[in-house]
Ligand binder design. Structure first.
Ligand code: SAM
Length: 233
């Protein structure tokens, strides 16, 4: 029976794809790639595009709008899942690609729930990827954790007021989805005297990669969604 693959394609550098991801992406007849906006290309797709053969492989770009309030999003997930299932029922393996690792805050996880609950007979294989966290830590030269150090990973856009405590309790705090809430977080870092203990990394692994230690220079700027902060005491 045909199957679904969820492929982590890493954070941006095609050389950070696993050998398994590359093999499957060259083999499968159908590749699904997410984008948040129909007008934008898929970042995940741009990473793997050089591996694909458009004459032999079907590439479907699927829209997954991004917003904090998730109302109305289920229909996009259902539609995307149905497109995948249609191909699989027709005997074709489908690879759904996702930035970084599929099990870390990825778009794929919404589909995964639908596949598991609605189509339990369809096999799903998840291929891990190098997450943006790992690549950003290396790009910034900031080790995530050593010996007994404790690490927290926070989706900052959904922060509910407990960030101060998290910053106080953990040795390393990785803040993902920071772009829209950066100014507030910078204020909190200042309050805790941590503004010089943090680094901002955007588009790691891509030609547009940026590593910024001077966080003050980012205040008031429109920041890239593909960015994160690592706070290391
Ligand atoms: C929906 S999550 C996806 C995380 C992804 N599954 C991973 O393993 O890295 C999106 C967030 O991941 C981070 N991110 C993803 N790709 C990135 C990149 N190339 N550079 C910096 N941060 C990135 C950003 O914090 C972004 O807001």
């Amino acid at each position: 029976m045909a199957k679904i693959y969820a492929i982590g394609v890493g954070p941006g550098d095609p050389e950070l794809l696993t050998r398994k991801a590359e093999r499957i992406l060259r083999e499968v007849p159908v590749i699904c790639a997410p984008t948040a906006n129909p007008a934008d290309s898929s970042y995940a797709l741009s990473i793997v595009e050089p591996l694909l053969d458009r004459d032999r492989q079907e590439v479907i770009v699927q829209v997954f709008p991004m917003r904090k309030d998730q109302e109305g999003l289920a229909e996009f997930w259902e539609e995307a899942a149905a497109e995948v299932v249609e191909r699989v029922r027709g005997g074709k393996d489908v690879a759904f690609i996702t930035i970084g690792d599929p099990f870390l805050y990825s778009t794929f996880l919404y589909l995964y729930r639908i596949f598991r609950e609605g189509y339990p007979d369809i096999p799903v294989e998840v291929v891990p990827g190098i997450s943006s966290i790992n690549a950003a830590a290396v790009a910034a030269g900031v080790p995530l954790g050593m010996a007994s150090e404790r690490i927290a990973i926070i989706p900052a856009a959904f922060e509910d007021g407990s960030l101060k405590r998290t910053l106080e309790e953990f040795d390393t705090v990785v803040l993902m989805k920071v772009s829209r809430v950066f100014d507030g977080i910078y204020g909190l870092l200042q309050e805790l005297g941590l503004e010089n203990k943090a680094v901002y990394v955007s588009r790691v692994g891509s030609p547009e990669e940026e590593v910024v230690f001077d966080l003050a220079s980012l205040v008031g700027q429109k920041l890239d969604y593909l960015s994160l902060l690592i706070v290391k005491k």
